[in-house]
Design a protein around this ligand. Structure first.
Ligand code: NAD
Ligand code: WQD
Length: 338
């Protein structure tokens, strides 16, 4: 088995990937500056997995500290989650996103090179596609980034691909996530959005728990079956399994690839609301309001490449996503009748 360092491993997707990698017999090292995740997560992971994971508290841009830390463990590969991920924030503060997401990744790659660590799995995003011509979206679809955040992801994909092409990296995987949602079925770890959630599922959960009075449905006049926005929601546990499959593939092959991580199933806003109500027996009040600027009508993945290359396929459906998201949210809010 392998020793895998997870930058941002204390975060939403990183913590779930830690649990899955551990379950598959790998050693996990977490590097995180705790800027967007709780100090309780390492203990939650210990109680969930029965293992204590070494934590390197550092900023990926601190090359000296990161380089020194990488020498402490026999690291075989890195999964790079650490980044800022809010589209609106990226448009308001481009230099922050260029520094954190691009400079941060370059500093990490420099530290990896100094320690001869030459395999990386990179957290990219379907945002790189911008407004797609059609769905399901294949990996060779045009990348028409429409915001600073998406551009940072595309720039880093290209840089990582170039480092693999020039032999500086032996293994490189760009994983384009669609819409991760849900939580570990144990409800020991999950998503902890700060402030008012931007994303649909955590907002629906907060309506269900009474924190928010109703959901604003951003537009019902899109060219979609019910007029509301269509997305490819993927359970975070399926996403975590995909990361394990990707890093295991890189450890067995000197290769570079880019794959979509989605279910291939388009779910509308109202589809999700109805699935949530059915899965959790809770009414979700909503109001139709004008479209959110920057939203696209519909996008969902062609997931075939990941299945062919990695033997991975999303297994969990929208009702499991809604159920696990709710049980986590309810537990956090002290709601017992879930
Ligand atoms: P998250 O914010 O929950 O986790 C990111 C973690 O990285 C946090 O623990 C944070 O403390 C840490 N971090 C941030 N900047 C850091 C830095 N400079 N140095 C060290 N640690 C740092 O985010 P997430 O939802 O788990 O997303 C993980 C990755 O997946 C990100 O790269 C994100 O862009 C990408 N992604 C997320 C989504 C989504 O909807 N959640 C979708 C597509 C892609
Ligand atoms: C989903 C649908 C909204 C909230 C974002 C980022 C993307 C990626 C994933 C990082 C849309 C509708 C939402 C609400 C609503 N993150 N909606 N009311 O915008 O597809 O993707 O998260 O990589 O970069 O852009 O996800 O959950 O915000 O929206 O009607 O209160 O739900 O219009 O159709 P999105 P989302």
């Amino acid at each position: 088995m392998a020793c895998v360092l997870l930058t941002g491993g204390n975060g939403y997707i990183g913590s779930h990937t830690t649990a899955v990698l551990s379950e598959r017999g790998h050693d996990v090292i977490i590097l995180d500056n705790f800027s967007n995740s709780g100090r309780d997560v390492p203990d939650r992971l210990r109680r969930l997995t029965g293992k204590t994971f070494p934590i390197i508290e550092a900023d990926i841009r601190d090359t000296a500290t990161v380089t020194a830390a990488l020498a402490e463990f026999p690291i075989d590969a890195v999964i790079h989650f650490a980044a800022l991920k809010a589209v609106g924030e990226s448009e308001a503060d481009p230099l922050l996103y260029y520094d954190m997401n691009i400079v941060g990744t370059i500093r990490l790659l420099e530290a990896m090179q100094a320690r001869n660590i030459r395999r990386i799995v990179f957290s990219s995003s379907a945002t790189v596609y911008g407004q797609p011509d059609f769905s399901p979206i294949p990996e060779d679809a045009p990348t028409r980034v429409q915001n600073i955040y998406g551009r940072t992801k595309l720039v880093m994909e290209n840089l990582i691909t170039d480092l693999a092409r020039t032999g500086k990296l032996l293994g490189a995987a760009n994983l384009r996530y669609f819409n991760p949602v849900g939580a570990h079925p144990s409800a020991m770890i999950g998503e902890t959005p700060a402030g008012v959630p931007n994303n649909l599922m955590p907002y629906v959960c907060q309506v269900a728990s009474g924190i928010r009075p109703f959901l604003q449905v951003f537009g019902s006049d899109y060219d979609t079956p019910d007029g509301t926005g269509v997305r490819d929601y993927i359970h975070v546990m399926d996403l975590a399994q995909a990361h394990a499959a990707a890093v295991e593939h890189l450890l067995a092959n000197d290769t570079a690839f880019t794959v979509n991580l989605g279910t291939g199933i388009g779910i509308s806003v109202l589809d999700l609301v109805h699935a949530f109500e059915h899965a959790n027996k809770r009414k979700i009040e909503y109001k139709i309001v004008p479209r959110r600027p920057g939203d696209v009508a519909s996008y969902f993945a062609n997931p075939e490449a990941a299945e062919k290359l990695l033997g991975w396929k999303a297994r969990l459906g929208i009702e499991e996503m809604c159920r696990d998201a709710w049980v986590w949210e309810a537990k956090r809010g002290g709601i017992n009748d879930v």
